[in-house]
Design a protein around this ligand. Structure first.
Ligand SMILES: Cc1cc2nc3c(=O)[nH]c(=O)nc-3n(C[C@H](O)[C@H](O)[C@H](O)COP(=O)(O)O)c2cc1C
Length: 195
C-alpha cells in the first residue's frame, strides 16, 4: 500500500527526537459509553506492516477496550518536545482481541505479544485493572507468560486515521498542515492551514 503523505513528517519527527526516552509515549483519547471523553498515555508500537495503521497494545479488561468496542472513534495526540511539533491522528480504532475474525490481524496480534518485553507481558497476568487492590495478591508475582502464545485478554489496537493535523511551533508564524483521507485508504489530500 502507498504510504500516506503524513508518514514522512512523522518519521522525520521520530528521528529528530530519537534521543528522548519517552518519544513513543502518546495520548490516546476514546469516548465513554455516556459520551464523555477518556484519555490516557499509551506506547506507540509502530505501524502494521506496509500500512498506515498505528499499533498499540492493551488489555481487554481495561475500560478503553470496552469504550472502543462501543464507539470506535479515537484520537491520538503526540508531542515531540525537541522539534516542538504536534501530530493529532483522528480516526477509527480496531480492537484485535483473541476472537477477532481476520487471520492476518490475529497474526499481527501474536507478533505484537512476542515483541513485548517480559515485564510487558507480565502485566497481563495481573488481576483485573481498576478493581480494588487485594492484600498479598499473588497475580503480581507470577513468572512471565510464554512469548509464543498471547494471554486471552491481550489486544492489539489499531488506529486508522482519516485526518492528521500537524502543527509546527517553530517558525513565525507557526505552520499547520491538515491531511485528510478520501474514500480510498490511499487517497490523501494535504492543505496548509492557519495555525
Ligand atoms: C508511560 C506510560 C505508558 C503506558 N503504556 C500503556 C500501553 O501501551 N497500553 C496500555 O493499555 N496502557 C498503558 N499505560 C497505562 C494507561 O495510561 C492506563 O492507565 C491504562 O491503560 C488504563 O486505562 P483505561 O482505564 O482508560 O483503559 C501507560 C501508562 C504510562 C504512564
Amino acid at each position: 500500500m502507498t504510504l500516506a503523505p503524513w508518514q514522512s513528517p512523522l518519521a522525520r519527527a521520530l528521528h529528530r527526537n530519537r534521543s528522548l526516552a519517552h518519544v513513543r509515549h502518546v495520548q490516546l483519547a476514546t469516548v465513554r459509553q455516556d459520551g464523555r471523553p477518556a484519555n490516557r498515555t499509551v506506547v506507540f508500537r509502530g505501524f502494521l506492516d506496509n500500512t498506515n495503521s498505528l499499533k498499540f497494545a492493551t488489555d481487554r479488561r481495561s475500560e478503553k477496550a470496552d469504550q472502543i468496542a462501543f464507539q470506535n472513534w479515537g484520537e491520538v495526540c503526540w508531542y515531540f518536545p525537541k522539534t516542538r511539533e504536534q501530530f493529532r491522528f483522528f480516526g477509527e480504532l480496531i480492537l484485535v482481541d483473541n476472537e477477532y475474525p481476520d487471520p492476518t490481524l490475529l497474526k499481527a496480534r501474536k507478533a505484537q505479544w512476542h515483541d513485548l518485553s517480559d515485564p510487558g507481558r507480565s502485566q497481563f497476568t495481573w488481576s483485573h485493572p481498576k478493581k480494588p487492590r487485594a492484600a498479598d495478591d499473588e497475580s503480581f508475582h507470577l513468572p512471565p507468560p510464554e512469548p509464543t502464545e498471547p494471554l486471552p485478554h491481550f489486544c492489539l489496537v489499531l488506529l486508522n486515521a482519516i485526518e492528521v493535523d500537524h502543527l509546527e511551533l517553530k517558525g513565525d508564524p507557526q505552520n499547520r498542515y491538515l491531511y485528510q483521507r478520501g474514500a480510498a485508504e490511499t487517497e490523501w489530500t494535504v492543505q496548509e492551514v492557519n495555525p
